[in-house]
Write a protein that binds this ligand. Structure first.
Ligand SMILES: *[C@@H]1O[C@H](CO)[C@@H](O)[C@H](O)[C@H]1NC(C)=O
Ligand SMILES: *[C@@H]1O[C@H](CO)[C@@H](O)[C@H](O)[C@H]1NC(C)=O
Ligand SMILES: *[C@@H]1O[C@H](CO)[C@@H](O)[C@H](O)[C@H]1NC(C)=O
Ligand SMILES: *[C@@H]1O[C@H](CO)[C@@H](O)[C@H](O)[C@H]1NC(C)=O
Length: 699
């Protein structure tokens, strides 16, 4: 037996009291914001009645988190949404969502051919599938552009959180491109940006631009077709200092937009040639260096360019590939991955990765994937390889992205490869849950007639819906040419349509119930989570003997791990089902059960380590605390090691509905001390499974 009697629990008085309330049948009603109505007299006495009550609440809560007003398909289903009789279709690149913020409309594009290179005259049509129409799903094509390519289309996307304004690139003269904002309700262009854009921040206020003519020369699949003269001009400029990653601020004030060069191609080249073997901030090795080549030869002889410039969601950093090639030193080209600060122009080269595809999550967290694997990194803070739970992505690169509101989920794919038992080499589409350490295969898709040249290949380029439940991808597997498909990958929404609007980064919380000396913060948050410094920590402790230890313990963690002082909150009270005071039986031992000074005992229950004197401690209503502290879109880890009080506490937060605010529950069960709750560990786990809340057992 390993008793961890850390938390204070309720006095038997309270249990007895709930009981008498039930007996005198006071029917005071409680209405939670989740549509649950419960009788406050409902007792927490374990038994069939409680089980039925809680399961009834779970059904309501599951309905709430799985509510889907624009049902495209069911979980596990894949549906083609483009009409194959009307042409060939694509959705766009994997780093942007084609869904409108409310989830009702999906953008996509139509072309007349898909298996040969395009010219400056070839038209791409811009369309919308409207699921909210009273007449049923409506497909409409609204505008045309000749600024596009087969890999990324025309950068088509919604402007920030708008459900009515979209933005795409357009050709206004033979070799001149711009970004266009288009109002789909009034069917007209509403504004023009001086340069074509490559990416936009989540709020739709800042844009990044690259030179698409230069991209056409370096990699035709990512540029826009231009004539020979322009191509020759670009080829002549080997390593320009007046071109690179451009930023346009305040793009809604279109009359005053002045593009600014944030980093030139030459500056990126210089940074790439000067570096050592290791990143000075993370001490991690770089994915590759120029090694024995003389940088002056490379500068003079090779073509240098930048690509995949993704603005972070906040609009403060750009993640991009600096590439060099078209010379005798490499067969293809060499890639370096950089992040640049939009305000200062400061560069940070991302270590470990060789660079191929990437995506920014919130808080400067990024994911980069290439032939050598998947990496998670944060600007000047850390870089770590992500270990794949299964071999789905072995042998390769993929198009990887973080879910719109949570770095817990990754969506990615593979290039075509042999699949055991499958008729032909296929691309694999999968989701990856980092908390459960589980990948889920959405499907295998074999390419059919994708043209002779690599430039017309149809990568799946999977894209998330804003609520994190759907993915949209392009594929030729049906033999109908390139078409657009939608699959549902989760039934629970990360953002509930019509309820939550993500205009700010979702926050990350670690709620530590039974904090003891702060040791669990270090063990369960800091050690296993590289992004721990993004977390807001609320530590609950009520054992008076532990109080000085937890205060100094948290101070030590703040100093040692450079945690923001405001992000560490100590709540000197028991997390319980109501605000008030409780009787707490002290632990009589001189040390914790691990030999450390923090007391691990103390409780109200009949436990061998709670036979000391009885003291009075404050308690808080944890459900109220949750509701006033976090929101549904936040990523919340609830760590519960509260010495047997977990049963009443869970019953309480299920009744109140606030349990759905926890995204992960880490728990130590104590039914060994609370024999009346025997068998309930599995009951509660099943309820949490229904709510799609992963349960991690600790202790
Ligand atoms: C789910 O709960 C929220 C409150 O958190 C409420 O606004 C919303 O209407 C509920 N949705 C459904 C479908 O019950
Ligand atoms: C777009 O081009 C298609 C054919 O390429 C044409 O039928 C359609 O009328 C054009 N639409 C607009 C809005 O110009
Ligand atoms: C988006 O804009 C809103 C309103 O100006 C602001 O409060 C919010 O912080 C912005 N969000 C991001 C991620 O920049
Ligand atoms: C995830 O599971 C794989 C085995 O499938 C294992 O090798 C890896 O260590 C696990 N990762 C974590 C973080 O537990």
């Amino acid at each position: 037996m390993r008793p961890h009697l850390r938390l204070c629990t309720a006095a038997p008085l309270i249990v007895a009291c709930l009981f008498c309330l039930a007996l005198i049948k006071t029917h005071a009603e409680f209405h939670s914001p989740w549509g649950l109505t419960s009788d406050t007299s409902e007792s927490a006495v374990p038994g069939p009645q409680l089980k039925a009550q809680l399961n009834h609440h779970i059904v309501t809560l599951v309905e709430n988190v799985t509510f889907d007003p624009y049902h495209y398909v069911s979980v596990g289903e894949v549906r083609r949404i483009s009409n194959a009789q009307e042409g060939y279709h694509m959705s766009g690149y994997f780093d942007k969502s084609p869904w409108s913020a409310d989830g009702s409309k999906l953008l996509y594009q139509r072309m007349e051919f898909y298996d040969r290179g395009m010219s400056a005259a070839d038209v791409l049509q811009i369309g919308i599938m409207n699921m909210a129409s009273p007449k049923g799903p409506q497909l409409e094509f609204l505008a045309n552009t000749t600024a596009w390519n087969f890999q990324q289309g025309t950068m088509l996307q919604w402007l920030g959180w708008s459900d009515s304004v979209i933005i795409f690139n357009s050709r206004i003269a033979h070799n001149k491109f711009v970004g266009v904002m288009y109002d789909i309700v009034h069917r007209r262009e509403v504004a023009t940006l001086p340069l074509p854009f490559y990416s936009i921040n989540y709020n739709g206020t800042i844009a990044v631009s690259l030179n698409f003519a230069r991209l056409y020369v370096a990699r035709p699949d990512y540029g826009y077709a231009v004539d020979e003269a322009i191509q020759a001009e670009e080829k002549a400029k080997k390593c320009p200092d007046d071109d690179g990653v451009w930023v346009m601020m305040d793009i809604r004030d279109t009359a005053n937009v002045k593009p600014r060069l944030v980093v030139s191609i030459q500056k990126a080249f210089e940074a790439a040639s000067q570096e050592g073997l290791k990143d000075p901030f993370t001490q991690q090795e770089y994915g590759g260096v120029f090694r024995n080549l003389d940088p002056r030869d490379i500068q003079r002889e090779c073509l240098h360019w930048v690509n995949h410039a993704q603005l972070n969601r906040e609009g403060t950093k750009v993640l991009f590939l600096y590439r060099v090639g078209h010379c005798k030193y490499w067969r293809g080209f060499k890639t370096f991955v950089f992040t640049v600060d939009v305000a200062t122009g400061e560069l940070w080269r991302v270590p470990l990765t060789h660079g191929s595809h990437h995506d920014f999550g919130w808080d400067d967290n990024l994911i980069s994937c290439d032939g050598s694997g998947y990496y998670h990194a944060k600007f000047k803070t850390f870089a770590v390889p992500l270990r794949r739970p299964e071999d789905v992505a072995r042998g390769g690169d993929g198009h990887c992205s973080f879910a719109p509101t949570s770095n817990q989920f990754i969506l990615s794919d593979t290039y075509p490869r042999p699949i055991p038992g499958f008729h032909a080499p296929a691309r694999t589409l999968f989701t990856w849950d980092l908390v459960r350490n589980r990948t889920t295969i959405v499907g295998y898709y074999s390419p059919v007639s994708e043209g002779k040249h690599g430039t017309t290949r149809v990568d799946l380029h999977p894209r998330w819906s804003r609520d994190g439940r759907y993915v949209c991808f392009d594929s030729t597997h049906e033999g109908l040419g390139r078409q657009v498909y939608v699959a549902k990958v989760y039934s629970k929404a990360l953002v509930r349509p019509g309820v939550d609007v993500v205009t700010r980064p979702p926050r990350k919380f670690f709620l530590d119930l039974g904090a003891r000396t702060g040791d669990s913060v270090e063990k369960m948050l800091i050690k296993p989570h590289t992004d721990y410094s993004d977390y807001i920590i609320h530590a609950f402790e009520c054992n008076p003997e532990n109080m000085p230890l937890v205060r100094s313990g948290l101070d030590r963690l703040k100093a040692e791990y450079k945690l923001h002082p405001e992000n560490v909150v100590l709540v000197e009270a028991a997390a319980w089902i109501q605000k008030g005071t409780l009787s707490f039986h002290m632990d009589t031992r001189t040390a914790g059960n691990d030999g450390q000074p923090g007391k691990t005992g103390g409780s109200l229950f009949d436990s061998p380590h709670a036979r000391g004197s009885v003291v009075t401690v404050p308690s808080v209503d944890f459900s109220e605390y949750l509701e006033s502290t976090v929101q549904y879109i936040d990523h919340v880890i609830c760590k519960i090691d509260i010495e047997g009080a977990e049963y009443e506490l869970l019953a309480h937060i299920i009744r109140r509905g606030s349990i759905i605010l926890c995204d992960v529950i880490m728990i130590e069960w104590h039914s060994r001390f609370r024999t009346e709750w025997k068998g309930w560990d599995a009951e509660f786990e099943a309820m949490m499974e229904q709510l799609h809340i992963p349960v991690i057992k600790i202790g």
